[in-house]
Design a protein around this ligand. Sequence first.
Ligand code: AMP
Ligand code: ZN
Length: 271
Amino acid sequence: MDIEKIVKKTIEKYNLINKKDKVVIALSGGKDSTTILYILHKLKYNVEGLMIDLKLGNWSKTHNEKMKEFCKNLGIKLTIVDLKEELGQGICFIKTVLKKQKNLTGCTVCGIIKRWILNKWAKKLKADKIVTGHNLDDEAHTVLMNFLKGNIYLGVNSTPMTGGENHEGFVQRIKPLFFTPESEILKYAKEKNFDILYDKCPCAIGTYRVETRHWSEEITNEDKLKIVENFQELIPKLKKERTTEIKKCESCGEPCKGKICNACKIFEVMN
Ligand code: AMP
Ligand code: ZN
């Protein structure tokens, strides 16, 4: 499978990026975000890297070092944001407090905080787009999880171009690997000999997302594509039924749906 071709097609079909855009790639140091950085650079887009150092001991240190080297070799600028400097705590501590006090599980908290920091820093870097490494498996998995939660409306923003439409405070997030199967990304990264770590986040244990991850192994890539494409057809109808107005968070000024954004609700518990 030619994944560069799939990425190109996705960019064209959804008009994700143009050559004038300053594109910031959210880098976890894993195979997906590294691969999309490599491909967009190869396609001559104006890219730079943005990585949040989650302060997860040696795991974070190694990821950071490897990304520094990877970006240096390609001549790509990389900004690393220190989570402790941003929030005063590492992610594990924050997650433990939130689990205890609000029964919010790991990946939800991490996702909210990452999105908040990425949006804030992408604005500082004057980015036109933020790219994340979400792939076809992630998206199929999300559709199925939302079904099981009994709330398919949770998926209204699960599109190759998410959020940010028409709101000044948002930097538009895009997912050029939306239709690319994880197995093919892994193959590509190994073929290119990317010097990165292939293990999962050490904090992602015991969450619903992680426990149901094996679904991906049991569904063919063709079926994953059907799940994702069929859901895309539904989205315009879902959007018509439920539109939410985007406002400014009264605490931090970042965009949000209610009065206070989800990140600030987390910070309130921390203080
Ligand atoms: P995850 O939620 O860990 O599956 O990550 C989804 C996407 O979020 C990745 O493909 C990256 O684009 C981005 N991401 C995850 N972790 C980080 C991080 N520490 N710093 C910057 N971006 C990240
Ligand atoms: Zn806020």
